[in-house]
Write a protein that binds this ligand. Structure first.
Ligand code: SF4
Ligand code: SF4
Length: 301
């Protein structure tokens, strides 16, 4: 099933130190509401079955997002909203907004949580939002962003103490987190495959990866094109037929790094997105990999 991260607006009401947003992104970029509706209808026609409203803070445009969610339900698209829970200050206010979204057909709420988010939003908000979902019967989960340091233990314990559904997610060292001290990790030698769901910006640019994909300034490796000059179908086909993207999906970034000449000992010191940037944000490596795609495709055990 085709899925997409829908960046309705880049505006956020808080400023997390680890955010992948860069300093120079103006905080007021927002998609035209009617245009967003038009695109969503086109997406349904192009077979997109799931939309995640992410990017800035979607609840800043609550009524507009609620309307887009309703439209998605009418045309059979699964919806998720990613939020920092700033709006869930009390159980009552939280219940009221969650109920409205549930009535409009929202399928899932994803609550962002970390020691960086929680400098700006009290963690009791996340608890209120999760409790509202449990009460009202809306599927939710907490995305616990971590750099796996000891100081995150108390944040994880809070979630465990309240029996909340959460999944740890590695911080992405891009945007504001670019300057974070790189943690030297030793992971298992794992494939690091990615599904690569595209990301649509408020300016209608589409990227092949919804995570750090838009932050590859040297090569613009994940840029698919603009919906101003292409159809949704064309850009999805581009994402699905690019041979290197498909190798990321099937072979994984680790094997591509090994093919490109990186030592196994070095590869295991990188997290997935970091390794991806090392390979695909380098014009020389990318040119070489593009030229050697047939050999890479034949590289199997
Ligand atoms: S990480 Fe999320 S909540 Fe924090 S500044 Fe970025 S968009 Fe806003
Ligand atoms: S590893 Fe690359 S393709 Fe996968 S999520 Fe990270 S930036 Fe995107």
């Amino acid at each position: 099933m085709r899925k997409l991260a829908f960046g309705y607006s880049t505006r956020c009401n808080i400023r997390c130190e680890h955010c992948v947003a860069t300093e120079d992104i103006p905080d007021s970029r927002k998609m035209d509401h009617d245009k967003a509706k038009e695109i969503i209808v086109e997406m349904a026609q192009a077979g997109i079955g799931g939309i995640s409203f992410s990017a800035g803070e979607p609840f800043l445009y609550f009524n507009e997002i609620a309307e887009l969610v309703k439209l998605c339900r009418q045309i059979g698209i699964y919806t998720r909203i990613v939020t920092n829970s700033f709006w869930a200050k009390t159980a009552e206010s939280s219940d009221s907004l969650v109920s409205e979204l549930k009535e409009n057909g929202l399928c899932q709420l994803r609550l962002s949580y970390s020691r960086w988010h929680q400098k700006n939003v009290n963690r009791s908000n996340v608890l209120n939002a999760a409790r509202s979902c449990q009460k009202i019967g809306l599927n939710y989960f907490i995305s616990f962003v971590t750099d796996f340091s000891k100081e995150d233990d108390q944040y994880e314990q809070f979630l465990r103490n309240h029996c909340l559904t959460f999944f740890p997610e590695p911080v992405i060292y891009a945007g504001r987190a670019e300057s974070f001290k790189r943690r030297r990790i030793l992971t298992d030698y794992q494939a690091n495959c990615c599904n690569m769901n595209p990301y649509l910006t408020p300016d209608l640019d589409m990227y092949a990866c919804c995570d750090a994909g838009s932050y590859f300034p040297e090569t613009n490796f994940f840029y698919l094109g603009s919906l101003k000059d292409n159809t949704v179908e064309q850009l999805f086909v581009k994402s699905e037929t690019d041979r290197l993207y498909n190798l990321i999906r099937t072979m994984g970034i680790t094997n591509i790094a090994s093919f490109a000449g990186m030592k196994a000992r070095e590869i295991i010191t990188y997290s997935k997105c970091e390794l991806c940037r090392k390979l695909f944000n380098s014009p020389e490596t990318l040119t070489r990999l593009r030229a050697e795609v047939p050999q890479l495709e034949a590289w199997s055990r």
